[in-house]
Design a protein around this ligand. Structure first.
Ligand code: NIG
Ligand code: FE
Length: 406
């Protein structure tokens, strides 16, 4: 995944035929890639500060995780067991569990403690190769708690050697006290939360959980329209459980991505193929919920450029591990290692408008990359079913200490 020029969004066949350079050099200056190319064109190494010989090592760009809900206060294993026993996600949600359960726990935790917890999680993900990440609010569901989460996103970004994109997801669930007057909560989102978020520049995007039992098409439309007036571009959770119409709506709002897509029909695939909205599939969520995987292969066969993300959250995908996602996407979606690499680097970076800084190795981008163990190639990543393939990770030109193995 390296070239002299930036790589375009990889669609269809291009997700398989990824650009790479055999026997290459890479020159890093001030955290960025200054030049790279075949060894025959390597400049004289003498004047450089540090030279590393990485013969027999494959190097890939660090991962871009384009969909997470990283800031949450508590895990929800009791609901996990309820689901195994037969309760549905919607039944648990209707009882006040699910997202509302997470919101209640989050409101009780101080901003300091929530920050510490989140910083730890982010650090662990960095050790697994995540070099840029999107995170959504949505476990607040009140002005105070939503702002608490978004401020934590901002603070995390100050200490993370990669990019963080912050998404406002106040429309994640209707709080219990608004159940009989939904429009009042939606008004709080549009008239109270959005203005402060825009003024304090706390989010890059606005997302809505468009799904039966959560937010209707009309409500989603209203919230995204208001968000756009405040300069927040759209992303949508859609087609997780039903064909809710969120894809057409996402396109009308020129959404950067439409995410989940476990339930997708032929017409919807064709619609996505003709759009600029990037389908983001979430194989860990489908696995965790024991659902059918979204039709990743069909989307690619229909010339889409898909991205894959973890959806890390306490309810439906309790893992932010990109190595685990890599294996799962190969095994359960029948994608090739090249397709998964395209979906978790270049295409994910496009979906977060980070394509000029992350997603591939090319001059001008951050030197954020993962060095594989010697003599291991791309196929060893999903095959290993763990992170044992990682030798060392660099973020913005510096080695990530915890991954440095002797
Ligand atoms: O992406 N689908 C909506 N939101 C999350 C899950 C939220 C939860 O259950 O806590 C998701 O799967
Ligand atoms: Fe999600």
């Amino acid at each position: 995944m390296a070239s002299q020029e930036n790589i375009p969004l990889l669609k269809g066949e291009a997700m398989q035929n990824i650009p790479c350079i055999e026997n290459a050099f890479m020159l890093i200056e001030q955290g960025k890639i200054k030049s790279l190319g075949p060894m025959t064109e390597c400049p004289d190494p003498k004047p450089f500060h540090q030279v590393q010989d990485l013969q027999d090592h494959v190097i890939i760009p660090s991962f871009v995780d384009a969909h997470t809900h990283l800031v949450f206060a508590a895990t929800r294993e009791e609901e996990f067991v309820d689901r195994i026993k037969g309760l549905s996600y919607q039944e648990i949600a209707a009882k006040g569990g699910g997202i509302l359960n997470s919101a209640a726990k989050l409101s009780q935790m101080s901003e300091e403690n929530l920050y510490e917890l989140s910083a730890n999680k982010l650090h662990q993900l960095a050790c697994l190769g995540t070099g840029a990440i999107e995170m959504k609010s949505g476990y607040g569901l009140s002005l105070e708690s939503e702002l608490k989460i978004l401020r934590i996103h901002k603070k995390l970004a100050q200490h993370y050697p990669g990019a963080i994109r912050s998404t406002f997801l106040g429309a994640h669930a209707i709080p219990l006290q608004y159940r009989d007057r939904r429009e009042d909560y939606i008004r709080i989102i549009t008239d109270e939360m959005l203005p402060v978020i825009a003024q304090e520049k706390l989010a890059d995007y606005c997302d809505v959980f468009c799904e039966k039992g959560f937010f209707s098409l009309e409500e989603t439309d209203l919230i995204l329209s208001k968000a756009s007036q405040y300069g927040l571009k759209a992303r949508i959770h859609s087609n997780q459980f039903t064909h809710c119409g969120g894809i057409e709506l996402a396109l009308r709002h020129k959404a950067l991505s439409v995410d989940h897509l476990e339930v997708l029909n032929e017409t919807e695939i064709q619609t996505l193929a003709q759009s600029n909205t990037i389908p983001i599939l979430l194989p860990i969520a489908a696995f965790f919920m024991n659902q059918h995987q979204g039709p990743a292969k069909q989307l690619i066969d229909n010339q889409c450029g898909i991205a894959l993300a973890t959806d890390f959250n306490p309810g439906t995908a309790h893992s932010g591990s990109m190595p685990f996602l890599f294996s799962l996407a190969c095994i359960a979606m029948r994608l090739t290692p090249e397709q998964v690499l395209s979906a978790t680097t270049v295409n994910a970076a496009y979906s977060l408008e980070l394509e000029d800084q992350y997603g591939s190795l090319c001059p001008g981008k951050w030197a954020s990359f993962i060095i594989l163990q010697a003599h291991r190639d791309l196929a060893f990543i999903p095959y290993s079913m763990s992170d044992s393939w990682i030798q060392k990770i660099y973020y913005q030109g510096n080695v990530n200490d915890r991954t440095q193995k002797k």
